[in-house]
Design a protein around this ligand. Structure first.
Ligand code: BGC
Length: 752
C-alpha cells in the first residue's frame, strides 16, 4: 500500500534511474523523494575491493581489505549447515560494514561439469546438499540488514561461451537437479534478491526469460524479491522490460545506453512498453530497501521515504570474523587417504620439516574473477605450518614447480572474459598457451630435481607437498580443458614418492584433478579448496593432529573429463545451432543436457563408471561404527516447522531414520552420517540413489551418539511433467545409511 503511493509519486524518468546501473556496482538514486541508490558488491569469498564508479580500476583507497572467507566449495565440504550460517553472517556483516546493500552471493549453481571454471564458487553436484548449505548461508547474510543475491538463476553450469550458450534440458532434470536450490533459496531462506544467469534457457536469455523469471520464479514460487541481471546479461530492451527482471547491471560505463535506461524510456514514451511493467520493478526495489532497513516508509495518507536509523552498521576485519573463518576452514579439509595411519604427523618429532610446492606459498584471495578480494591477510600453508610448529622446528621450503604468469598484459579480467567470445581470440589464446608450455618445461625439470634431492635427504622428519590448482585454472569465464594437474606436478609427486613414501600430499583445488598418476603410491592425501584467510593454519593443525579432519567431498572426483558426468563427446561444451535455432534465438551454440538426471554420482553409479574418490567420502583419524537403524514413518507433516522440509508438504510421508554411531578409535572426531534413498525399479535414466538427509556429529572416543535424520517429502517424490508438480511415487524404497555414497553401512527397506 505505502509502497504503491511512493511508486505513484515517481516520474517515469526517476523510475528508469532506479532500474539500471548508474555505476558499475550501484543503481541511481532519486534525491527528490529521498530514495537512495543500491550499493552492491561481489561475494562470495568476502566483500570485493572498491572499483572506481565507471572504470574497472581499483579505487585504491586502502580501506577495503576484508576477511577472506572460505569459498563455497570449501564451505560445502564441511557438511555443516551451522558453519554455513556463520560464514553467511560474517559475509553479511562485512558487506554492511563496507556500506553495501546487496552482496552478490552465494553462487548456488549445480556443478554439472567436473572442469567447470567456476566450480570453486559453487557448492556441490548434489541439489540436496546445495540446498541444505545455501539456505543457512543466505539466512546468515541477511541477518546483517544486507540482501543476499543468489546467483546465477539458472542452469549456468559452464563458463565457456557463458553469455551465448543456449541450454536445452528436459523438464524433470530442470526441476529435480537445477532448480531445487533456487526454490529453497527463495521459499525457505527468503532471499531478498536473485541474479539472473548469462546463458540462455530454451532460447531465452535467462535475464529476460518469461519461463524462468515470470512463470517459475514469480508465479509458481510467489517470489516478491528483486531480480538483478548478471553484469551484461541483458540484450533486448523490450524483452527485459516485459520480463520479471527488476534491475539491469552491466560492465560498460555507458550507463544511459543500457537497455533498461534511455532505450526503455523511449519505449515507454512511444507506448511499446506499458509503464505498469516499470512500476512492478520499482515495487520490488523499494520492498528490498525496506527489508534491508535501508529505508522506511512512513504511515498515513502522504507516506514519505526516510532513512531507517535502526539499520545495523555491520563491521569488518574483526577478530571474531577471523575465528569463524578458521573454524570453517578446519572442517573443510578432507582426508582422502591415510594408509598405515601416516597422518597425523607428530609435532614433537618435527625437528626438520620440508615443505614443497607453489601452493604452499601462494596467496589465492585475489584471483578467480569476480570472487577476488583484497584479503586483510591470508595464511598460506607454509606460514600456517611455521606458525603451528614454532621456533624449535626448522621448516625448509622448496618451490618444486613454478607457475608462469598468465595474464602478463595486465588486462582486466572482467573485460577480457567478454572479449574471449570474439573471433580468433580463442585460437590466439591457445597458441600463446602452447608456446608458454614449451618454455616452461626446462625450468620445471630444474626445480623438480632440486625438490627431489632435498626430499631424499633423510635429515627431514616429515615432507609435505602442497600442490593442485590455483585461480589461473579455477577461474570465471573459462572451463578447464581437462582434469590434468598442471605444472608437471604428476612427475614431481611421483619422484617425491619414490624417495619419500610417507610424503603427505595436499591437493588444494576448487575442482577435481586427476591423481591416478601417483595416488596409489601415496599413503596420505589431503584435499582442500580455497579455505580463506586461515586456511594455511587449519591445514597445519590437521597435518599435525591438533584438528581431526571431518570434511567430506561435496562432489565426486572422476578420473578424467572424458569419464565425467555431462561429457557427451567432443562437443560437450556445446554444439552448433541448428537452422531453426539460428532463427529463433540470439545464441552461439546449444548445450544439450543429455545426461538428464544423471549428474555427478547419479551418473557414475548408474553407468558403473569408477571414480577416484566418491561423493561424500572423507576419512578421520578415528573410526566410526554404525549400529542398526530404525525408521519411523509419519503421515501428514504439514509445514517446515515440524522439520519435514520447507516445501509446504501436505499429507505426505515424513520419515525419520535413527542410527547409533560409535567412535571406535582413540580420539574425538566428527562423522557425517549420510542417508541416501534408492527407489526400487528406478529406470536406466534415473539415479540408483540420491542423498536425502545427513547429519554431522562429534563423538568422543569410545562413546556413541544417536543420530536422527529427517527426510522431507521430496525424498519420495518426483517431478511429474504431466501434473506440472512434485508428486509422491508409491512403491518400495531402500534407505541407505553410510559414511559416503560408496561406503554404505546399513540398509532398510520401506514401502510408501
Ligand atoms: C559474474 C557475477 C558477478 C558480476 C559482478 C559477472 O561477471 O558472473 O557473478 O557478480 O560479474 O562482478
Amino acid at each position: 500500500m505505502q509502497i504503491d503511493r511512493i511508486v505513484a509519486e515517481l516520474t517515469t524518468e526517476e523510475k528508469i534511474r532506479m532500474i539500471h546501473g548508474a555505476g558499475l556496482f550501484e543503481t541511481g538514486a532519486v534525491e527528490r523523494l529521498n530514495i537512495p541508490q543500491l550499493k552492491m558488491s561481489d561475494g562470495p569469498m568476502g566483500v570485493r575491493a572498491e572499483f572506481e564508479k565507471d572504470r574497472w580500476v581499483p579505487a585504491g583507497n586502502g580501506d577495503d581489505d576484508v576477511s577472506y572467507l572460505p569459498s563455497n566449495s570449501a564451505i560445502a565440504m564441511t557438511w555443516n549447515p551451522a558453519l554455513a550460517y556463520e560464514m553467511g553472517r560474517v559475509l553479511g556483516e562485512e558487506a554492511r560494514g563496507r556500506g553495501k546493500d546487496v552482496i552478490l552471493a552465494p553462487g548456488i549453481n549445480v556443478k554439472r561439469l567436473a572442469n567447470g571454471g567456476r566450480n570453486f564458487e559453487y557448492l556441490s553436484e548434489d541439489p540436496y546438499l546445495i540446498r541444505r548449505m545455501a539456505v543457512p548461508l543466505i539466512q546468515g547474510i541477511q541477518t546483517a540488514d544486507v540482501a543476499a543475491c543468489v546467483k546465477h538463476f539458472a542452469v549456468n553450469s559452464q563458463e565457456t561461451e557463458r553469455l551465448w550458450v543456449n541450454v536445452e534440458i528436459d523438464e524433470r532434470a530442470l526441476r529435480e537437479i537445477y532448480l531445487p536450490a533456487f526454490e529453497a533459496a527463495v521459499k525457505e531462506a527468503g532471499a531478498y534478491s536473485v541474479m539472473g544467469a548469462y546463458n540462455l534457457l530454451r532460447g531465452e536469455h535467462c535475464c529476460e526469460s518469461r519461463l524462468l523469471l515470470g512463470d517459475i520464479l514469480r508465479e509458481e514460487w510467489g517470489y516478491g524479491g528483486a531480480v538483478i541481471s548478471d553484469w551484461g546479461g541483458v540484450h533486448h530492451t523490450l524483452a527485459a522490460a516485459k520480463s520479471a527482471l527488476d534491475i539491469e547491471m552491466s560492465v560498460t560505463p555507458d550507463f544511459d545506453d543500457y537497455c533498461m535506461a534511455s532505450p526503455l524510456l523511449a519505449a515507454v514514451k512511444n507506448g511499446e512498453v506499458s509503464e505498469s511493467f516499470i512500476d512492478e520493478k520499482i515495487r520490488h526495489i523499494l520492498l528490498l530497501m525496506v527489508r534491508i532497513r535501508l529505508i522506511e516508509i512512513t504511515a498515513g495518507e502522504a507516506p514519505q521515504v526516510k532513512r531507517n536509523r535502526d539499520r545495523k552498521r555491520g563491521c569488518y576485519n574483526t577478530r571474531e570474523h577471523r575465528q569463524a573463518a578458521l573454524e570453517a576452514a578446519r572442517e573443510s579439509v578432507v582426508l582422502l587417504k591415510n594408509e598405515g595411519q601416516t597422518l597425523p604427523f607428530d609435532p614433537a618429532r618435527a625437528r626438520r620439516v620440508l615443505v614443497i610446492g607453489d601452493n604452499a606459498v601462494r596467496r589465492q584471495a585475489s584471483g578467480g574473477g569476480s570472487a577476488e578480494i583484497s584479503a586483510l591477510y591470508e595464511k598460506t600453508p607454509l606460514l600456517g605450518i611455521r606458525e603451528f610448529l614454532g621456533g624449535n622446528s626448522e621448516v625448509v621450503f622448496a618451490e618444486g614447480y613454478e607457475t608462469p604468469v598468465k595474464n602478463e598484459s595486465g588486462e582486466n579480467w572482467q573485460a577480457a572474459s567478454l572479449d574471449a567470445a570474439l573471433d580468433g581470440e580463442k585460437e590466439r589464446r591457445a597458441r600463446e598457451k602452447r608456446a608458454q608450455e614449451q618454455a616452461y618445461h626446462a625450468r620445471a625439470e630444474e626445480l623438480r630435481g632440486e625438490a627431489v634431492r632435498l626430499a631424499g635427504d633423510n635429515s627431514f622428519d616429515y615432507v609435505i607437498f602442497v600442490g593442485g590448482l590455483n585461480h589461473d585454472y579455477d577461474v570465471e569465464g573459462q572451463d578447464r580443458e581437462n582434469l590434468a594437474l598442471p605444472y608437471e606436478q604428476d612427475a614431481l609427486i611421483r619422484e617425491l614418492l619414490a624417495v619419500r613414501g610417507d610424503l603427505a600430499v595436499v591437493m588444494l583445488a576448487g575442482s577435481p584433478v586427476a591423481m591416478q598418476a601417483w595416488s596409489k603410491k601415496a599413503r596420505a592425501i589431503l584435499w582442500m579448496s580455497y579455505s580463506g584467510m586461515e586456511s594455511g593454519f587449519a591445514l597445519a593443525e590437521t597435518i599435525f593432529g591438533a584438528v581431526n579432519p571431518s570434511g567430506k567431498l561435496a562432489e565426486s572426483l572422476p578420473f578424467s573429463v572424458e569419464e565425467s558426468s555431462g561429457y557427451v563427446g567432443e562437443d560437450y561444451l556445446g554444439r552448433a545451432l541448428t537452422d531453426g535455432e539460428k532463427q529463433r534465438m540470439d545464441a552461439h551454440l546449444t548445450q544439450e543436457y543429455r545426461e538428464g538426471l544423471l549428474v555427478g554420482y547419479r551418473y557414475y553409479e548408474r553407468r558403473n563408471v569408477p571414480v577416484q574418490f566418491a561423493f561424500g567420502h572423507g576419512l578421520s583419524y578415528t573410526s566410526f561404527s554404525y549400529g542398526s537403524c530404525r525408521v519411523r514413518m509419519r503421515k501428514g507433516c504439514e509445514t517446515a516447522a515440524d522439520g519435514c522440509g520447507g516445501f509446504g508438504a501436505q499429507t505426505v510421508e515424513c520419515c525419520e531414520v535413527t542410527v547409533v554411531v560409535r567412535n571406535t578409535g582413540a580420539r574425538a572426531g566428527k562423522e557425517t552420517v549420510q542417508v541416501y534413498v534408492a527407489r526400487e525399479g528406478a529406470a536406466e535414466h534415473e539415479p540408483v540413489k540420491v542423498l536425502a538427509g545427513f547429519e554431522k556429529r562429534e563423538v568422543l572416543p569410545g562413546q556413541e551418539t544417536i543420530c536422527t535424520i529427517r527426510l522431507d517429502e521430496r525424498a519420495f517424490q518426483q517431478y511429474d511433467e504431466k501434473k506440472k508438480a512434485w508428486a509422491g511415487v508409491a512403491g518400495g524404497y531402500e534407505l541407505l545409511v553410510g559414511s559416503s555414497s560408496a561406503d554404505i553401512r546399513q540398509r532398510i527397506h520401506v514401502t510408501i
